[in-house]
Ligand binder design. Structure first.
Ligand code: C2E
Ligand code: MG
Ligand code: MG
Length: 686
């Protein structure tokens, strides 16, 4: 072994680490760099085992064997173990290459290992390979150009989006893909931003290899060297055609009617606003034509909705053909359309346009080889004469349209102020209700009737509501009186009976404990000759047993024609229904009559219950009603029970059937279903 000063100096100044060990792995000699790489002192290393310095590649915690450090190939006196994992004294790991040569010194085999720390190289290689994986796999396209803006590299997503493989792109200027949609000024601004700020981002239209134009979202960075000279441009882009199409679709749906592609209510309001802002400037007027097809429901009902839809599309086309391109034809929904005539020179012109529409629609329609005829009624309001704002103009045109219907359909009417009199208001309301029936705008809510002794739900009262567009739920007090006057209550009431039966049967089929559902009958319905047939049919159609249907009639409803009422009540009773008198105490029932009626139940009116604890008269009346019901062997239920005090008073007077907000407000069917699931309602301590 050479052990002189010069040799040692050389050894210690080598830039690689050197470790000399024997066949058993014992370290005999090493240099300074070796101690630095591994963090050991000279004393740590000498005579120690070489294997403490290295780990197995995939198991850094396990030592590598001496034999794998010494050549596996005995004949080869020098070999390199690559990518070895070195283990420092502090446990840290590092990557290294080890080159081992065998030497014979005085007949003894020695091994000299030259160690090169490649941790840095390893790390940058790893980073590079990661970067290249990102480049290859990124969903966004990447194109790198040189300082002259010619492509030098693209990734697979680039090819996927543009359709161009690398060989057709490399060396070319990106200009070859431009769509021609952007003018020179656009590209000037683009280059100015890119060169001054080193960055540009925005939307750009290019052309794919197949010729299709498409929008892309592009970000470009200019890469500069130390002297601030541009070396490369890196462009990253994604295809945003789908996103744009979706945006357009959403925008379309928000402003246009899906069926006819005409502007919808939202866009109509916008256009009308523009029209009434613009008209005065040109000293012009604006006309709003409210159009409703006559008897469209018949077509829908007899030929089916898809047929009705086709007719609406054809009507939309004809309407559009009747007016100028600058006018607006929109569909409000159902068979209602609104036409705005912009910049009208004279009011009379609106009448001409309306007549033109009526004539055009009166021509036959041929739909699926079927010939049909339809007519329309149109109401016209004029800005500024009949209103200054959208809502007023539309509502007045609507009123005029009802007038057109009223006087025989298939005509147009100009709005007249007199139409807003009460009688017209009523007429409008009636027509709205008629439409509401056609469009299923009525809904039933259900209020539980509870046995206050047990908390059990013993019944439900069905209460009608009108879900009016733009207004929301309208309570029956607002429309039942008009429905009764106009006779429409008969149709509404028929719907209520059928719907309540259907819903109750549905709850039973869902497995809830059966309860009777109570339906309110108005006096007008009660006078209808076919009431029993209607009820029988509702039961038959729904499959509900008659004992689960209860009818509520007011005293006045019966007393208006008491003799006929007795008969009707008997035939209903015979069918197996339950009958109760609603709002009991407010009418003028005579006890003698009451005895002759086949009743099951009296409902104490809420006006007595309200003040039951403060007003002695009311308390006395309630007590008397309960007593009377008992003597007539009728059940008795209190309505409008809102507080625990109401409940306590009623209980102490012997009334245990309770309906009122204390337990629950009337609920939509689905929420009532949830109550039924529990079956029992809370009773706070009495
Ligand atoms: P009604 O038959 O006496 O129904 C009870 C009314 O009292 C309901 O009002 C109900 O919501 C309300 N109510 C229930 N509990 C309480 C309470 O604790 N406090 C107060 N202040 N009110 C309570 P709604 O639903 O507005 O119905 C009003 C009336 O409209 C009904 O009085 C009934 O006469 C009539 N009605 C409702 N639905 C129909 C129907 O389908 N056909 C007919 N013909 N009339 C109906
Ligand atoms: Mg009632
Ligand atoms: Mg009542």
């Amino acid at each position: 072994m050479i052990r002189n000063e010069r040799a040692e100096t050389v050894l210690h100044n080598l830039s690689d680490g050197v470790v000399c060990f024997d066949r058993q792995g014992k370290i005999i000699l090493f240099n300074r760099v070796a101690t630095e790489i591994f963090g050991y002192s000279a004393a740590d290393l000498v005579n120690n085992d070489i294997t403490i310095l290295f780990s197995k590649k995939n198991e850094p915690e396990a030592c590598i064997s001496v034999s794998s450090l010494i050549s596996s190939d005995i004949s080869n006196s020098s070999h390199i173990v690559q990518d070895l994992i070195g283990r420092r004294k502090d446990g840290g790991l590092c990557y290294m290459d080890l080159s081992v040569s065998e030497l014979e010194v005085a007949g003894v085999s020695l091994f000299i290992g030259i160690i090169r720390d490649i941790t840095e190289r390893h790390r940058s290689e790893k980073e590079l390979s990661l970067a290249s994986k990102v480049f290859e796999n990124m969903g966004e396209a990447i194109g790198v150009t040189d300082a002259d803006n010619n492509y030098i590299s693209i990734n697979p997503a680039f090819t996927k989006i543009t359709g161009y493989p690398p060989e057709e792109v490399i060396g070319k200027n990106p200009r070859f893909m431009s769509s021609g949609r952007h003018d020179d000024a656009f590209y000037e601004r683009f280059w100015e931003t890119l060169t001054t700020s080193g960055y540009w981002q925005g939307e750009l239209w290019d052309r794919r290899k197949n010729g299709d134009e498409y929008p892309k979202w592009l970000s470009i960075v200019a890469v500069k060297d130390a002297q601030e000279r541009i070396q490369n441009y890196i462009a990253v882009f994604s295809d945003i055609s789908e996103r744009k199409a979706a945006d357009e679709r959403i925008n379309f749906m928000a402003h246009y009617d899906e069926l006819t592609a005409l502007p919808n209510r939202v866009l109509l309001h916008d256009r009308l606003l523009q029209a009434i802002i613009g008209a005065p400037r040109h000293k012009k007027k604006v006309a709003v034509l409210f159009l409703d097809l006559d008897r469209f429901k018949n077509i829908n009902d007899t030929l089916g909705h898809s047929f009705g839809d086709l007719l609406l599309q054809s009507v939309a086309e004809r309407l559009t053909a009747c007016v100028r391109i600058s006018d607006t034809v929109s569909r409000l929904g159902g068979d209602e359309f609104i036409v705005i005539l912009h910049d009208l020179a004279e009011t009379a012109h609106a009448g001409v346009a309306a007549q033109k529409i009526i004539d055009s629609l009166s021509d036959r329609f041929v739909i699926r080889d079927l010939e049909l005829h339809t007519t329309a009624s149109i109401g016209i309001s004029i800005f500024p004469d009949d209103g200054m704002a959208n809502e007023e103009l539309i509502s007045n045109a609507d009123v005029a349209m009802y007038r057109a219907k009223e006087i025989g359909r298939n005509n147009y009417q100009f709005f007249a102020q007199a139409m807003n009199d009460r009688s017209y208001e009523r007429l409008t309301m009636e027509n709205k209700m008629r439409r509401a029936l056609e469009r299923n705008e009525f809904v039933l809510h259900y209020q539980p009737q509870v046995n206050s002794d047990t908390g059990q739900i013993i019944g439900a009262e069905a209460l009608v509501r009108w879900r009016q567009q733009e207004i929301g739920l309208v309570s029956p007090g607002m429309f039942i009186p008009i429905a009764e006057e106009s006779g429409l209550i008969v149709s509404i009431g028929e719907w209520v009976v059928r719907e309540a039966c259907r819903q109750n049967k549905e709850w039973q089929e869902e497995g809830f404990p059966p309860i009777p559902v109570a339906v309110n009958l108005s006096a007008v319905q009660f006078r209808q000759k076919n009431l029993t047939e209607l009820v029988a049919d509702a039961l038959l159609q729904s499959g509900l047993e008659s004992r689960w249907l209860e009818l509520e009639i007011t005293e006045s409803g019966i007393m208006q024609n008491a003799d006929a009422a007795v008969q009707t009540l008997h035939s209903l009773k015979l069918m197996g229904l339950k009958l109760s008198i609603d709002d009991f105490g407010t009418g003028y029932s005579s006890l003698s009559y009451l005895k002759t009626f086949p009743l099951d139940k009296l409902k104490i009116d809420q006006s007595f219950v309200r003040d039951i604890t403060t007003n002695q008269d009311d308390a006395a009346i309630v007590g008397a009603i309960i007593g009377m019901a008992k003597s007539l062997k009728l059940r008795v239920i209190a309505e409008g029970v809102e507080t625990i005090d109401h409940l306590n008073f009623l209980n102490s007077s012997g009334c245990f059937e309770i309906q009122g907000y204390y337990f629950s407000k009337p609920l939509p069917a689905d929420q009532f279903g949830k109550l039924l699931q529990h079956g029992i309602l809370k009773i706070t301590t009495l």
